[in-house]
Design a protein around this ligand. Structure first.
Ligand code: FAD
Ligand code: SF4
Length: 509
């Protein structure tokens, strides 16, 4: 059987406006979707992450069939080991004039599909991913000639270029950012009653996927009993609306705050839906801006700008970095860290309460919010000197929104500073005092956050100062770190030795 174009749609390309479909002809072209076993095993994917991808794929495939497309869909039971294997079987069967593929979110996948087409002597048409505001080429043009890529400048360009939150050429509200309004804590009283986020009970398709995932990947990490992520476009739009209605107003203010037992707080919970392309970033940004325009007294500009910055700024910047620097990016290890990942990353079984809570939330929900990812788990990983690729693979495994283009620069670059300053000019590291200020974790911890050394001292403290001592020379090049490093000058040799001994003791446990 001969077809004109074989359109390969990957699990994170469930876009209602998928570029290949716009120019496709249902009578001549055929769509291919593959539940490849290796995509859940090349890193041990959290069961909820696999359920999300496969359920969203099956729902999307059904909507394509309903729209009259010819579709080959391989479920896990077809035992297709890899995307490459599935594609080469289909090329052999249909002898297409060309394979059409929107640029994947993962360099590894792109290379393997290019190789597959080349080996089969079949043309591959790589289509631009129109889901994003900026293409990798746009980003490369912006980056050209700049010594340091700074998200803030990229973001301002984006605001101007797309006319977002701009008034007569100036930033709406009179400032480009409102960070000073956006770093609040919950104080001693805590967050009080929080709006429960919209969750989606598994329908029959999702229940079947849950059974398949349990059968195929019984030893993969994570719980599935509370699966509630949006798996269709309709659900994703509901999730966005739920965020805008009930959480956006407090989003900015409490963006960096943490609270024990509260996994979601005021966060949007839409990254997974956006990364699978069930919803478009323009829809998320438009929804927030419309809410602010309609009710400015209810939705502060600081909250709306904070949300827009994450999507128009960070999300696009991170993707630009990924495509600009892969594949070498993945090999970077600025500090030469090589400690193995502790076993408790897979169980949450540690006596450091902040880490116990953050890892347990992760394993339970396939989700932890940004500050748990950055300032608790990531902070620990860099201070403890964990091997960057082991850490990156963990992050890629355990989050429902994890796709390599966004996970890798966030982990290796932002959290670990393992790229030596490509994503950020200085490492995001902090002692226990920061965690104590931003959360209530320390109150329930067996360690004392105010002690630097001694058997009850918070391990973050010795690790933090030990990191400063070990990397003093390279850190001193950052003006913002010089102030911190001055503390070390005040301590005598005994104090410095005690800190280093405490850090080593912790690492050897
Ligand atoms: P919110 O905190 O409510 O933010 C709103 C939206 O902004 C998010 O949905 C997301 O699309 C976007 N956003 C915010 N921060 C970032 C950022 N730094 N990079 C890209 N987009 C951002 N995000 C992923 O989508 N996938 C990942 O695999 C991922 N891994 C991360 C690993 C580490 C170590 C760190 C520090 C951050 C990571 N992030 C990742 C970014 C961010 O933590 C998540 O996007 C966010 O926690 C998702 O939850 P939310 O939808 O409730 O987002
Ligand atoms: Fe975490 Fe230290 Fe606080 Fe314990 S005392 S919760 S280890 S920061």
């Amino acid at each position: 059987m001969k077809v004109r174009h074989l359109i390969l749609i990957l699990g994170d390309q469930l876009d209602p406006e998928h570029s290949a479909l716009a120019a496709a002809d249902a009578s001549q072209d055929r769509i291919l979707m593959i539940e490849a076993v290796s995509e859940s095993t090349h890193v041990a994917s959290h069961k909820q992450r696999t359920v999300l991808f496969l359920s969203a794929m099956r729902h999307y495939a059904q909507s394509l069939r309903d729209d009259g497309w010819q579709l080959d869909y391989h479920t896990l039971s077809n035992k297709v080991r890899s995307l490459s294997e599935g594609l080469s079987q289909s090329i052999e069967r249909y002898r297409p004039d060309a394979v059409q593929l929107v640029q994947p979110g993962d360099w590894r996948v792109l290379q393997s599909l290019r190789d597959t087409c080349e080996a089969a002597s079949c043309d591959l048409h790589e289509l631009t991913d129109t889901h994003f505001y900026t293409t990798p080429d746009d980003f490369a043009a912006w980056a050209r000639g700049r010594k340091q890529l700074t998200m803030e400048y990229f973001y301002r360009e984006q605001r101007k270029r797309f006319g977002i939150l701009m008034e007569a050429g100036q930033p709406a509200g009179g400032a480009w950012n409102f960070d000073k309004d956006n770093r609040k804590t919950f104080g001693k009283k805590g967050p009080g009653m929080l709006p429960a986020p919209q969750r989606f009970a598994p329908d029959e398709t999702t229940r079947n996927v849950i059974a398949d995932v349990e059968a195929w990947f019984p030893t993969n990490p994570g719980a599935m009993d509370n699966f509630g992520w949006p798996v269709t476009r309709a659900q994703a739009l509901e999730a966005l609306d739920d965020f805008i209605t009930y959480r956006l107003a407090d989003y900015g203010r409490y963006q960096d705050a943490m609270w024990q037992g509260e996994a979601f707080l005021y966060h949007a919970l839409i990254a997974s839906a956006m990364n699978l392309k069930l919803i478009n970033p323009r829809e998320a940004i438009d929804a927030a801006i419309s809410a602010w325009q309609a009710e400015p007294e209810r939705y502060p500009i600081a909250a709306v700008e904070g949300f827009v910055r994450q999507i128009l700024g960070w999300r696009e910047f991170i993707r630009g970095i990924y495509w600009q620097h892969m594949p070498d990016y993945k090999t970077l290890n600025h500090y030469g860290h090589d400690a193995p990942l502790p076993d408790w990353f897979w169980s949450g079984d540690t006596s450091m309460n902040c880490l116990r809570q953050s890892v347990t939330d992760t394993l339970q929900n396939a989700y932890a919010h940004h500050i748990q990812r950055l300032m608790v788990i990531g902070n620990y990983a860099v201070l403890a000197g964990l091997e960057p690729m082991a850490v990156c693979n963990w992050y890629l495994s355990v989050y429902v929104d994890a796709v390599e283009w966004v996970e890798l620069p966030n982990t290796l670059g932002m959290a670990l500073h393992g790229d030596g300053g490509i994503v950020g000019s200085k490492p995001y590291v902090a002692s226990g005092a920061y965690i104590n200020r931003m959360s209530n974790y320390c109150g329930d911890c067996r360690f004392s956050v105010s002690q630097r050394t001694g058997t009850n001292a918070c391990p973050f403290n010795a690790l933090y100062w030990d990191f400063m001592i070990r990397h003093r020379a390279s850190l001193a090049s950052s003006p913002r770190m010089r102030m911190v490093l001055k503390n070390i000058d005040r301590w005598d040799d005994d104090e410095l030795a005690a800190i280093q001994a405490a850090a080593n003791d912790h690492r050897q446990q």
